[in-house]
Structure formats: structure tokens, C-alpha cells
Design a binder for this molecule. Structure first.
Ligand code: NA7
Length: 544
């Protein structure tokens, strides 16, 4: 049973203004927001989603750049909650491209009639706690307002796009865009002089996809990445049948791994086998699709130390073999960070792009970008004429999407101020002083939908518990938050992810405090911790 949504006149409303009131407001209609809407509505709560875009999909709505695709296996990424949805949807490729994923999310939204509770073009500017009433007031850029007892920020962990503050961008006479805001109508790149800044997972996909069509491509690379072949392929009918028959096993396998991917590490150390056997395994996995070569390999290639360095040397050699010009090859070989300390981009012909005559690699660590000019990009050493400039420069990850909204909690404190030295939360989910605000975008990582489903289920159960027990608010205790923050720092210091300068630790954004932005714990450990907290009546939280 759904409760009717009652517009309620408020003390601070203008004449005739009615503010909608909901039990739960969700910000964002991406994979997490859609699922949260479905699950909360199922429990009879009145729910509204505010989505800035004109359609559903979040990351898969905004990232329309050529080459955008999964590097998780498509059938591990879909929702697991509906057997009907699983059986109805035929993934076309092992690693689906953006258009297919956006279609899938639209199909899901339509199948479960989610759109009637989503307000599109709804850009949330502020979220303000009303102390006396124990509810949030949410403001949109168009002046619309709503109240909700609970707010869920399903705003994504990589959605606040980042464009470096280069001098002169305003003067550029060509066309420019960020990959995370690729125009829906597309960009005509045929025959054009195109520049791409950034060679992370996004840049690698984009560069590979456009290199053949553009007239000339200049790639501005600051840090070379370890990249591995994706080896994508269409899903044939027999494989499709097998996938559909084995979803329970697929999801069970995913639920047992650290990042909710389908691959299990080899429990052996790379150093416990002979060099021949080690190389045989490296080569065998290298020939396989997706993340297997990384996540199904000897477990200790993902720990700082000699096994990691041995595998890094193998990958570096793979890069050298594919690039004809040895000088260019050396520029593409990463030397300043450990394999796996950054996200591994999967590619489909990336390195061969640099064998094309129309492609130039510019090392901007050697000769930094000085400014954007009306006609292109000027580095310390040269000027590059461009018709189109594309920023594949990443995101103000996890916290950026929160701090770009004016979120004001109890006593008027802003979340931005509170997070100035890094996120201060309990399990990523809530922060002291911000009752009933579930920052779930700060608590989900890995194979995204696999991680998001159990997290959303936990939040839904928590909200229902608070209401069923006749409480009006829930927030962490200061002690629980401090202990979690310490845990992130201490446990985080030991993992590979914190060893490189990447978005995982906020190092890609000038001035951002260095702090691990994802949980240092594996997905199974996080699920167990959350389950224990719930089983103890939400231990570590204050319910009032
Ligand atoms: P990433 O992985 O943050 O990559 C951003 C890229 O942009 C990276 O190569 C950066 O170089 C480069 N960058 C950023 N700022 C500059 C400046 N000022 N000058 C030159 N180059 C710059 O973002 P992606 O979008 O590729 O991937 C994000 C996630 O999306 C990824 O992890 C997947 O999970 C999907 P740097 O390495 O910092 O030297």
C-alpha cells in the first residue's frame, strides 16, 4: 500500500504555495536511486526522486562519450532482485556499451513504473535540516521545494565532473566538453583536429573509439596507466541461455568477492610457483576477457611487494610489444605507481592507436599545459592547434557530488565544512549532525549494482525500523563516527589503493584533503558489519 502524497502548507510558504511532503526523497535516478525508489515504495512509503537529467541512468545517462562501456561482465552488473527482469533482458555483449546500459535502465524504470515518482530536470541546490520538525527541506534550482523525513543521496560516486582550472579556457574558439557531459546529440569529430586531456579509464575508452574518425588526435597524458585488453564479444544464444540459467550461482560468486566482481583470486602466492608456471598463468589470464587477468590472478599481485612488481613488469612488457616507436612506448609505460594502485582501464586497441600517423602523444608531466589559447593548447614546449578539446579529466569523487549541494544539518553546519579534512561518517552511510540523511553514494564501491543492492536494502530496513519503533530521527553517535574514521585511515593505509595519487584518495583534485573515499573493507565484511549493527537495534546510532 502506498501512502498518498499530501502537499502541506508550511509556516514559511508564500501565499498559496504548497510544499510537497514525502517520507523519503532520493537524489538521483541512476542505478542506486532507481532501486531505492522501487524498494521503498514496496514498503508503502511515499517517495520522490529528484533527478537533474531528463532521463534515468545516472552515470549511464551522462557518459555518452564514444567508447563508454562496462568492464564488469554485463550479466554481473544487472539488478538481481527480479527474476522476471533477469529472464526478460538479453545482454547483447559481454561488456555492454553505454547505449545498451541506458536502454536497460530505462527498461527497468518502465517495467516497475518508476517514472511517476521521478521529477526530471530537478537540480537540487540545497538540503536543509528543519530541527523542530525533524525533516529536511530540499530546494531545486527552479525554486521548487519539498520536505522529506529522510533523504538518500544516490548521487553517484563519480558524477561531480572535474575540469582543471586552465587559464584561457574561456577564450577557446573551438568546441570543448567534459566526457561526463557529452552532448546527447553527439559531437561531430570526423576530420577534425581533436585534443584529449586525460588518460584514465575514460580517456582510454574515448581515445580508442575516436582515433580512426578524427583528422588528427593529440593526447595530453600526465600519467601513464597500466591498461589491459578487454576482449569484448557478442553474447551468442547458447551462452545467453547458460547465463540465464545460472544467475543464482553468478550472484553468489559475486557476493563472495572483495569487490563484488565474479572473479576469485588464486589463493596461491605468485612467489610460491616456479617462474615458468607464473608466466604461464600470467599469459593464460592475459588472453581471457575482462578483469580476470587482475582479479583471478595470484592474490599477492594486489599487495605491495615483489609479486606486484613482478606482474607490473609483465604488463609493462605487454605495452612495449604493442607500440612501434620505442620512444612513444616508453612514455606509455607506467613507472611511477604500482600495478593495481589505480583503477585498471580495460581497452580494445588502445596502444595500437599510437601507431597511427594521425595520433600524437604529448607528455604533459614533462612539458605541462600552460594555458588554453583561442586556437588550442599551449604547453611549456609547443602549441597544439585544435578544433575540439575534450576533458577526460575525471571527477571530484564521492564527496564532490555531496559538497556541491548546500547540505546544512543541525545547527546550520554544512556537510562541506564537516568533510573538509575528508568524509566523517559512520560506515559511509551517515554523519553526526545530519540525521536521517543517508549518504549512500559514499558507501558503495566495486561492481556497482552488486554493492548497491544490499546497501539500499539495509537503508530501507533502517528507515522502516525507525518509523515502526515510533522514532523520528536516526544519526550516528560521535564515538561510532570517530572509530569508523580512524578505521578508514588505519586500514586504508595498508591497501594498494591508497598508494597512488588517484581519485580514490582525492589526490586528483587540487586542495582536496587526502583521505580514502571508499571503504577499506571488502564487500562481504561491510555487509556483515552492517548486518551486525542492524541486529543490535542499530548499534552506533542514536534513535530519537
Ligand atoms: P580518472 O581516472 O581520474 O582520470 C583522469 C585523467 O585526467 C588522468 O589521466 C589524469 O592524470 C588526467 N588529468 C586530471 N587533471 C589533469 C591536469 N590538470 N592536467 C593533465 N591531466 C590531468 O578519471 P576517469 O574519468 O578516466 O575515470 C574515473 C573512473 O570512471 C574510473 O576509475 C572507472 O571507475 C570509471 P593523472 O593520472 O591524475 O596524472
Amino acid at each position: 500500500m502506498e501512502r498518498a502524497q499530501q502537499p502541506v502548507p508550511a509556516a514559511d510558504t508564500g501565499p498559496g504555495e504548497e510544499i510537497e511532503q514525502f517520507d523519503v526523497l532520493i537524489i538521483g535516478a541512476g542505478v542506486t536511486g532507481l532501486y531505492a525508489l522501487y524498494r521503498l515504495r514496496e514498503r508503502g512509503l511515499s517517495v520522490r526522486v529528484f533527478e537533474a537529467g531528463s532521463g534515468v541512468g545516472g552515470t549511464w545517462y551522462w557518459n555518452r562519450y564514444p567508447g563508454a562501456r562496462f568492464d564488469s561482465e554485463s550479466y554481473t552488473y544487472g539488478y538481481s532482485f527480479s527474476e522476471e527482469l533477469l529472464q526478460e533482458w538479453d545482454w547483447q555483449e559481454h561488456y555492454a556499451g553505454q547505449p545498451e546500459t541506458e536502454r536497460y535502465l530505462n527498461y527497468m524504470a518502465d517495467k516497475f513504473d518508476l517514472r511517476r515518482d521521478i521529477r526530471f530536470h530537478a537540480h537540487v541546490t540545497s538540503v536543509v535540516w528543519d530541527e523542530g520538525a525533524d525533516r529536511w527541506q530540499v530546494h531545486l534550482a527552479d525554486g521548487h521545494r519539498a520536505w522529506a523525513q529522510f533523504v538518500i543521496t544516490a548521487v553517484g560516486s563519480l558524477s561531480a565532473y572535474y575540469i582543471p582550472d586552465f587559464e584561457g579556457l574561456d577564450s577557446f574558439k573551438g568546441v570543448w566538453c567534459h566526457t561526463g557531459r557529452w552532448p546527447a546529440e553527439g559531437l561531430d569529430l570526423a576530420g577534425k583536429r581533436v585534443g584529449v586531456i586525460g588518460t584514465g579509464a575514460t580517456g582510454v575508452q574515448l581515445i580508442t573509439a575516436i582515433a580512426k574518425d578524427v583528422g588528427h588526435l593529440t593526447v595530453f597524458q600526465r600519467t601513464a596507466n597500466y591498461c589491459a585488453p578487454l576482449r569484448n564479444a557478442p553474447i551468442d544464444p547458447e551462452t545467453q541461455r547458460q547465463i540465464k540459467a545460472s544467475y543464482p550461482e553468478i550472484f553468489k560468486r559475486c557476493s563472495e568477492t572483495a569487490g563484488s566482481f565474479v572473479h576469485q583470486f588464486d589463493p596461491r602466492s605468485a612467489l610460491d610457483v616456479s617462474p615458468e608456471e607464473r608466466l604461464e598463468q600470467y599469459e593464460r589470464l592475459w588472453a581471457e576477457p575482462g578483469f580476470k587477468k587482475w582479479l583471478a590472478n595470484f592474490y599477492d599481485i594486489m599487495l605491495p611487494g615483489p609479486a606486484n612488481e613482478d606482474y607490473a613488469a609483465f604488463v609493462r612488457q605487454k605495452i612495449r610489444e604493442r607500440v612501434k616507436d620505442p620512444v612513444v612506448a616508453e612514455k606509455l609505460v607506467p613507472k611511477d605507481h604500482m600495478f593495481g594502485s589505480k583503477r585498471l582501464p580495460c581497452e580494445s586497441g588502445y596502444y595500437e592507436v599510437y601507431n597511427q600517423d594521425n595520433v600524437l602523444l604529448v607528455d604533459v608531466r614533462e612539458a605541462p599545459i600552460e594555458r588554453i589559447t583561442p586556437t588550442g593548447v599551449k604547453t611549456r614546449d609547443a602549441e597544439y592547434e585544435l578544433d575540439v578539446l575534450i576533458f577526460a579529466t575525471g571527477y571530484d569523487a564521492v564527496t564532490g557530488a555531496l559538497t556541491r549541494i548546500d547540505i546544512r544539518g543541525a545547527g546550520g553546519q554544512t556537510l562541506k565544512d564537516k568533510f573538509v579534512a575528508g568524509p566523517r561518517t559512520y560506515m559511509g552511510i551517515q554523519s553526526v549532525g545530519f540525521p536521517n540523511l543517508f549518504t549512500i553514494n559514499a558507501a558503495s564501491v566495486g561492481n556497482f549494482v552488486r554493492a548497491a543492492e544490499p546497501l539500499v536494502d539495509w537503508v530501507r530496513d533502517c528507515i522502516c525500523y525507525v518509523r515502526d519503533q515510533q522514532y523520528t530521527r536516526i544519526a550516528p553517535t560521535p564515538e561510532a563516527e570517530a572509530a569508523w574514521t580512524r578505521h578508514v585511515e588505519e586500514a586504508g593505509a595498508k591497501i594498494l589503493r591508497t598508494q597512488a595519487n588517484s581519485w580514490f584518495v582525492g589526490a586528483n583534485i587540487p586542495g582536496k584533503a587526502r583521505f580514502l573515499l571508499t571503504s577499506p573493507d571488502s564487500a562481504p565484511v561491510m555487509r556483515a558489519k552492517r548486518a551486525e549493527v542492524a541486529s543490535k537495534g542499530y548499534a552506533g546510532f542514536v534513535l530519537q
